[in-house]
Write a protein that binds this ligand. Structure first.
Ligand code: NAD
Ligand code: UDP
Ligand code: UDP
Length: 330
């Protein structure tokens, strides 16, 4: 018999970077976890260590198609998150955000589940307000290369709020700012993964533009903590709530820190700034502090060290696979 506290929790995008950490944390808390993923950017490697758990189930499924399961809570994370990945097939990105949200909201409505949406700081676009507060409506280009993601996520927020107003659903919307940590995809083109892989390989570090643009980076463990706190907030709290680390720094600073931390001999090179690249980004997390009693606790250098260790292991595994291949061909 299931204990009263034990919930059946669906995590879409559960084989991705954030999703795999979330599945892991929910299992540790004693819940039953159903991980749904189409492996577009996520991998089985990210969840391989969970497969033996009797409380963990994996389903290969694309959220743009309907899904009929019985659950108590839904964390909707399915969506490619890095610019390279979401711009690879922009139509699919919008479909995943919008059709995926409709299907997961329809599911939540049918089974009376509470539902969490992984939204993003990108809903603020190239923000004029700084730091960004939830009340800011954003400055988003509707027709640019980032629009499939930004507008898809904005539309998903609209759907969540309308299912709330129209059907009384219990919803929680998180606006996630840049997050990093182990299990980031080594070739997702995001700044931390790029700089780490380049630094560890002794290759040039590619800073875009002059490197004066800023971001604020949150360590994955802190972010997962915030997700669960948000899901557990009492009614009528819905968010949107900013989740991120307010510690803001320039991309040139990030490059220098990673070089120092990895003891790399890499030089810094400058490349053109991508179109519509937001100029600066820093969350105002007053609401998260008040409503969730949360603020990030992992210092950047600690988080970067743990992330560097992960990328070292990734590089070792790549080398091992390549030497096995050469031996097999010899
Ligand atoms: P990720 O790419 O590692 O994970 C996304 C997961 O969704 C992958 O496992 C992918 O295979 C899966 N997926 C994609 N399309 C799908 C579909 N149609 N059906 C089923 N599964 C699908 O990215 P992440 O960094 O873990 O991001 C997770 C969520 O958090 C995303 O919704 C993203 O927009 C949001 N987010 C992340 C960040 C960040 O810094 N990591 C910032 C803001 C928002
Ligand atoms: N849906 C789903 N699983 C369910 C219930 C619904 O995937 O358990 C999908 C269904 O395909 C539908 C969407 O969610 O298209 C929206 O459902 P809703 O009930 O809001 O609208 P309707 O069924 O009237 O289109
Ligand atoms: N960036 C960079 N070099 C890289 C990758 C990214 O200078 O090799 C910059 C990018 O232009 C942006 C910032 O780092 O200004 C963060 O990029 P990322 O893709 O990680 O996230 P997002 O732009 O979605 O915040």
């Amino acid at each position: 018999m299931r204990e009263a506290f034990r919930k059946r929790i669906l995590v879409t995008g559960g084989a991705g970077f954030l999703g795999s950490h979330l599945c892991e944390r929910l299992l540790t808390q004693g819940h039953d976890v159903l991980c749904v993923d189409n492996f577009y950017t996520g991998t089985k490697d990210n969840i391989a260590h969970l497969l033996d758990s009797p409380n963990f189930e994996l389903l290969r499924h694309d959220v743009t198609f309907p899904l009929y399961v019985e659950v108590d809570e839904i964390y909707n994370l399915a969506c490619p998150a890095s610019p390279i990945h979401y711009q690879h097939d922009p139509v699919q990105t919008t479909k995943t955000s919008v059709h995926g949200a409709i299907n997961m909201l329809g599911l939540a409505k049918r089974v009376h589940a509470k539902i969490f949406q992984a939204s993003t700081s990108e809903v603020y676009g190239d923000a004029h307000a700084h730091p960004q507060q939830e009340a800011y409506w954003g400055n988003v280009n509707p027709i640019g290369p980032r629009s499939c993601y930004d507008e898809g996520k904005r539309c998903a927020e609209t759907l969540f709020m309308d299912y709330r107003r129209q059907h009384g659903l219990s919803i929680k919307i998180a606006r996630i700012f840049n997050t990093y940590g182990p299990r980031m995809h080594p070739s997702d083109g995001r700044v931390i993964s790029n700089f780490m892989m380049q630094a560890l390989a002794g290759e040039p570090i590619t800073v875009y533009g002059e490197g004066t643009q800023t971001r604020s980076f949150c360590y994955v463990d802190d972010m997962v903590d915030a997700f669960i706190r948000l899901m557990n907030t009492p009614e009528p709290f819905t968010g949107p709530v900013n989740l991120g680390n307010p510690h803001e720094l320039s991309m040139l600073d990030v490059a220098r820190r990673i070089i120092a931390l990895t003891g790399s001999s890499s030089e810094i090179v400058f490349k053109p700034l991508p179109m519509d690249d937001p100029w600066h980004r820093q969350p105002d997390i007053s609401l998260a502090r008040d409503a969730l009693g949360w603020s990030p606790v992992t210092p950047l250098d600690d988080g970067l060290r743990r992330t560097a260790q992960h990328f070292r292991e990734v590089i070792d595994a790549m080398k091992m696979r390549s030497s096995q291949r050469s031996r097999a061909m010899a």
